[in-house]
Design a protein around this ligand. Structure first.
Ligand SMILES: [Ca+2]
Ligand SMILES: [Ca+2]
Length: 223
């Protein structure tokens, strides 16, 4: 009896040790390759009822679980606009992030999306988007979603939504609009699991078109 109790205690201790290791997940700084900034200074001509405060400062370090890697590089891209006005959809995941002509794709007017197929479900820890950064702009109704359903009809998790008046019809968003800069916008999926990432927008403060220089998705294998 004593012997059994002893073995049981040791087993419990081992289980506890492995659980606590799992909980105390080690983090590391997400390392990004950032493009050259195309403009400096604080823009004053942006009209937005829902803009985040402009600090002029960079984002600072962002921590992700150890083992997090870039999942989106060269992964297939689809879109609500199958024939971009400018560029090819594959440019969204080709790792080129410079702001000038020849680096962005242009999608048609109004509400449009691009979608990346990661090839398998992952736990996602960072999603970054560079819409356009050669001029200060705010893109409207930015919504970022994750799903295992290619058509986003079921099991959809919304990671970010700044459509505060629901003009895009995806639900009221509590996030703030932001000005596009060279460091891109980082969305925190907080470990949301899924295979497909879809990003919506609906025009911008300069015109009613939609643009992407690059999207990056970082994560770890889904357990
Ligand atoms: Ca690119
Ligand atoms: Ca809106």
């Amino acid at each position: 009896m004593n012997k059994n109790l002893c073995a049981c205690t040791i087993l419990s201790a081992l289980v506890l040790a492995s659980v606590s290791t799992g909980l105390a997940q080690d983090k590391q700084e997400l390392k990004l390759q950032l493009p050259k900034p195309m403009f400096i200074g604080t823009p004053t001509n942006i009209k937005s009822a829902n803009l985040e405060p402009i600090t002029g400062k960079s984002r600072g370090p962002f921590l992700v679980p150890v083992g997090t890697r870039l999942l989106s590089l060269k992964r297939p891209v689809t879109s609500s606009d199958r024939q971009p006005v400018i560029g090819e959809l594959e440019m969204v995941t080709d790792s080129e992030k410079e702001g000038g002509d020849g680096y962005f794709i242009e999608l048609g007017p109004g509400k449009q999306w691009v979608q990346i197929d990661l090839g398998a479900a992952y736990a996602l820890h960072a999603i970054l988007a560079w819409h356009y950064h050669s001029q200060a702009r705010v893109y409207r109704d930015v919504v970022v979603q994750v799903s295992d359903d290619r058509d986003f009809l079921k099991g959809v998790s919304t990671v970010f939504n700044n459509d505060h008046d629901n003009s895009s019809g995806l639900g009221i968003g509590k996030d703030k609009e932001y000005i596009e800069v060279a460091e891109g916008k980082l969305f925190d999926p907080k470990g949301t699991k899924g295979r497909y990432v879809r990003l919506w927008s609906s025009g911008n403060t300069s015109n009613d078109l939609n643009h992407y220089v690059e999207v990056e998705v970082y994560g770890t294998p889904a357990k």
